[in-house]
Design a protein around this ligand. Sequence first.
Ligand code: HEM
Ligand SMILES: [Cu+2]
Length: 553
Amino acid sequence: MSETIAVNSNGKHPNYIEYQGKHKGLAGWLLTTDHKRIGILYLIAITAFFLTGVTFGFLMRLELISPGRTIMDAQTYNSFFTLHGVIMIFLFVVPGIPSIFGNFFLPILIGAKDVFFPKLNLLSWYLYIFGGILAIISILLPGGPADTGWTFYIPYSVRTGTNVDLALFAAFVLGFSSILTGLNFITTVHRLRAPGMTWFKMPLSIWAFYSTAWVQVLATPIIGITVFMVAIERIFKVGLFDPALGGDPVLYQHLFWIYSHPAVYIMILPAMGIISEIIPVFARRTIFGYKFIAMSSIAIALFGSLVWGHHMFTAGMADASQFVFSLLTMVVAIPSAIKVFNWTATLYKGSILLETPMLFALAFIFLFTIGGLTGVMQGVLSVDIMVQDTSFIVAHFHYVMFGGTGFGLMAAMHYWFPKMFGKMYNKKVSKIAFWLIFIGFNITYFPMFIMGWLGMPRRYYDYLPEFHIYHLISTIGSWILVSGILLMVGNLIKALLSDKKFSEKNPWGGETLEWTIDTPPIHENFLEIPTVHAAPYEYKQNETTVLTNQEVK
Ligand code: HEM
Ligand SMILES: [Cu+2]
């Protein structure tokens, strides 16, 4: 890390976008080791994959608008939900918030100039891109895209002739990108905190990124080994999982969910950290129960690794194990509930500023609570056996992964956009987009709870007439949702391309370190490493800052 602070010809310190280091122009981005630029590289790639995933979701909904064939055949539908799931999980929600905002802001939030392993950080992005390309190639090559669902269940995934191998290889490579990011964040938090920033003086988003990083490093190798074993089974027919070869398909499910359930916490914990940053700023209140929220992140990461069996209540598990996994599933809900309670307590008697980041944060709390409570319902054996593999499950995970992580990511984007780019988006349009997304979301997914409860199976291309009305409403909902997403993306890109600069250091009146530095930040983040005195629970959210904000319309 260069100690000298760069100065350009007019004596000013260049921001990280203007900064010209060893490599100039495009090479200055593709060979960068600056955590901020790597965060932007992830933002571009992840946005592209998100919109690809949305396209598959949109087309699936269109197909389901009426019973029977509408726009595609059953085989294509199977490939679409597989691609949709694989892209949304491995290329959007798992990397999303840590790779974009963790990379850009974690070092700044702890008062550091970069992550501990900058070169490794760039490698993690190239592994992400390589994994993404493999997923896209699996669509184009003969054999066609995988049609197994994102869970690659045995025995079908070792028998189908579609490009499962490529999809598995993509997941394998993407896993390494996630592990390297986790490794970097753990080391950075341990080694690069500014003087005075003791553990309980860290912003809550850092506790969330830190807990997530441990799950990334400890759980991800398991999915790596598992998909590798499926590939071995497909090529060498050794009888690991395939019952026809003496293998055990339920063993595969255990290995798959031993990663994939903790993986839901890799998805949701960073979003929870974002919410813990945004709520106190726009409620003008000091966060309620800082230490409980910090420790609940660690508790979620720990207990989240013990509940994977709740995905297998219908896989023929012993009663005793079902009881244990059902009980543990209830237990893991407690630390999440502590966060929801403390966010709500922070809002109590606050002077709420309904700026766009706050709208997305409040929607997160509402949608995540619905997603979380239906998760607890599914932890009850009798309920789960009834709703397993129905649309109820599809609704549940869209409420937690999209309503949770997705809304958390959109909240972070609108909160930190001005600081990242030195531009401000049109607030009116951003609020219209928010309401289209929020209303469209609930119209798309809530009917899925109802029809799932009534027995509509997931992953079915066709359905009985009694489910038609719910599918019709859900599809119309997806049109509203997608138009909101496109309006939001369009509004942000328009702001990016506009010449109007925005240089206010602290537009929202935040108290964490990123609001003390230039907008956008200089290459080295800080002219001088700061010394930290106050902990987030000692922040005195002052009223005055609100006023200036009004002037930024
Ligand atoms: C406009 C946005 C979206 C739409 C319209 C949409 C629609 C759908 C539909 C209709 C299915 C069910 C397919 C079936 O079981 O027959 C589905 C499955 C799924 N969706 Fe989404 N979705 C969207 C966004 C997302 C997001 C943001 C995520 C992740 C965070 C996500 C993750 C998944 C996953 C993992 C599956 C399961 C795929 C499988 O069965 O293998 N979706 N989606
Ligand atoms: Cu689970």
